[in-house]
Design a protein around this ligand. Sequence first.
Ligand code: NAD
Length: 313
Amino acid sequence: MKITVVGAGNVGATCADVLAYKEIANEIVLVDIREGFAEGKALDIWQSAPIDRFNSRTIGVTNNYVQTANSNVVVITSGLPRKPGMSRDDLIETNAVIVKSVTEQIIQYSPCAIIIVVSNPLDVMTYQAYITSHFPRTRVMGMAGILDTGRYKAFIADELNVSPKDISALLLGGHGDTMVPLPRYTTVSGIPITELLPRERIDAITERTRFGGGELVKLMGTSAWYAPGSAAARMAEAITRNHKRVFPCCVKLEGEYGLENVFVGVPVVLGKNGIERIIQLNLTDEENEQLRQSANAVKEMMEVLDKLEEKNR
Ligand SMILES: NC(=O)c1ccc[n+]([C@@H]2O[C@H](COP(=O)([O-])OP(=O)(O)OC[C@H]3O[C@@H](n4cnc5c(N)ncnc54)[C@H](O)[C@@H]3O)[C@@H](O)[C@H]2O)c1
């Protein structure tokens, strides 16, 4: 198995590191446009192989896709991260150009790859990779839901002073402030969260999750990377090892949840073919309304991207 990670910055290098030490692929190629940067990061990861005892060969290249040929999975992390005061949507113009050019080069050398997009604004960049690659929707997806549920679960673990391992949860919608956490589907070892926490505490955790990315940007001056890098690696693992994991992922909806032609997060089964199934839930009226609002927010940004595409044509 071969995995390419484009962007050797904070998220990309973390993702490559997790892929390597967990031996998720035997070959990992890191690509960046900064001269020598990906080579350096890859060499550093490779030098941890004898220490952490893994075999995955990690190599780095500067803006050269020949070495990425025949990758099974490609993770796109290239693009600007947020700075304090910015929304993810503020990144659209710059990152659309980057994601488009990266996708064009990737598909030239790996026409059968499965693409996992991480660059922000996530749902719209997934759309960009989809329209550029002309791949089926099963092979182009975005990483956000695993990260957002990770944040949600971590806050619940803190609140209840229990292991984060025992928390199971689900979020729907776009990767932004309109995401839809589902307390109804949140359990601690099978115990519904609603039996363990009062409504106002659940609401407070939900709110903190919605702005969880912004909280880190404020603290660090840039966006997160450990949890995002690991989350993308987990998706790649489910695909390369055909695990059939059920994860919330950003995918193009074609009628599911009553939504058409919009990229939002919903639970899917991930396996060797990419998105193998979209799981449809029976939502309450309130949850449905929240999902619709979230999808509308993404649709607005997809239209901005359509206009940019037209302008640059
Ligand atoms: N989906 C999520 O949940 C999530 C979470 C965190 C970050 N992000 C996004 O991921 C992206 C990367 O974040 P980061 O913190 O790693 O940023 P970073 O600045 O540390 O790294 C980005 C890297 O991309 C490289 N790059 C830029 N243009 C390129 C191109 N054309 N080809 C190859 N490489 C190129 C840069 O040189 C840089 O090394 C950002 O857009 C950020 O907003 C998404």
